[in-house]
Design a protein around this ligand. Structure first.
Ligand SMILES: Nc1ncnc2c1ncn2[C@@H]1O[C@H](COP(=O)(O)OP(=O)(O)OP(=O)(O)O)[C@@H](O)[C@H]1O
Ligand SMILES: [Mg+2]
Length: 304
């Protein structure tokens, strides 16, 4: 005979029990053991389930990150392909256009100094200025398309940025803006200093162009895992989604006097350094981050 009580949660609990044979008692003890084991198993299963759910969530997150990176890489590849075709065509064209321009400039200079044409001096100045501008654009473009081999030296990016900083500050100051440099503790890199200087100047000038007066441009360096990151952050109004995909396409510009060659040059330089450029933009500003792989990582990858 046994007594049971009903608990609040509806579970029956045994209060006392009487047994009429040893077998009954043994049977009861075995049942209790079985019950305890089942409860243990249930707890274990729950723990396993929770662990697996956590692992799955991490896997999903990793997968989403990889997919996101893949999209960025695909855009990068598409951009480079576009850039290669246009680059090759325009490089040939640039060469051809440059020669007649030089001839015209020479004649203009000659006519400019003629006494009887003196009243037109300002026109001649303007024409020569415009020709020089066109020549500069062609030079920029040719240097981009030429794919001149880089000259790498191992050095710290911070040192290069420290040297550039006064120039950037002067640039910012002349427009009523600020520029801040925050060097992080980073590893040395194999870089072509001339190319990286050009890259930083292009990104910084874009950032300055994007900001109103009093805006602050922040350049910083830091380690992100095995990557050395150089980031240029502005407080501009951001880049439209429709323009985001066009970044890096030669001659894409929204500026009255822009040539649209700054970013293609940056992408090309980053590519030569095995670095990737990613862009984060919003209404409070834009950050261009150039992610250089640690030189040891490169050696490991080549060795594999
Ligand atoms: N930091 C930024 N904030 C907002 N828009 C930007 C930024 N950087 C680039 N852009 C957009 O990308 C376009 C292309 O930039 P890119 O540097 O290639 O050419 P550009 O600055 O227009 O001319 P330039 O050849 O003189 O550099 C810009 O015209 C601008 O619309
Ligand atoms: Mg630019």
């Amino acid at each position: 005979m046994s007594k049971v009580a009903l608990k609040k949660n509806g579970v029956l609990r045994l209060i006392s029990a009487k047994f009429y044979s040893v077998e009954d008692w043994e049977y009861f003890v075995n049942m209790r053991r079985e019950l305890i084991k089942l409860k243990d198993d249930r707890l274990n299963l729950q723990a396993v389930l929770e662990r697996k759910t956590k692992e799955l969530k991490i896997e999903f997150k990793k997968r989403a990150e990889i997919e996101q990176k893949l999209v960025v890489l695909e855009q990068e590849v598409a951009k480079l392909e576009r850039f290669n075709v246009i680059g090759q065509l325009a490089a040939g064209l640039g060469h051809e256009v440059r020669n007649p321009l030089t001839t015209i400039r020479g004649f203009l200079q000659m006519l400019q100094n003629k006494e009887d044409l003196h009243t037109y001096k300002s026109y001649f100045d303007l024409m020569i200025e415009e020709l020089d501008r066109a020549n500069l654009i062609i030079s920029d473009f040719l240097s981009l398309a030429k794919n001149k081999p880089s000259e790498f030296t191992r050095q710290c990016l911070n040192k290069l940025l420290e040297n550039l900083y006064p120039l950037l500050q002067a640039d910012a100051y002349s427009q009523g803006k600020k520029c801040v440099f925050e060097p992080g503790d980073i590893a040395e890199l194999d870089i072509d200093p001339n190319e990286i200087t050009q890259l930083v100047l292009n990104l910084a000038r874009n950032g300055l162009d994007a900001m109103r007066e009093d805006g602050c441009l922040t350049i910083n360096t830091f380690m992100d895992g095995r990557y050395i990151v150089l980031s240029v952050r502005d407080e501009g109004k951001g880049i439209d989604t429709k323009n985001l995909l066009k970044l890096g396409t030669p001659f894409f510009t929204t500026k009255e006097n822009g040539t649209g060659l700054g970013l293609p040059m940056c992408y090309s330089i980053a590519d030569k350094h095995n670095a990737l450029i990613d862009v984060k933009t919003g209404p409070d500003g834009t950050t261009f981050s150039v992610r250089f792989p640690h030189p040891d990582l490169m050696t490991m990858e080549i060795g594999q």
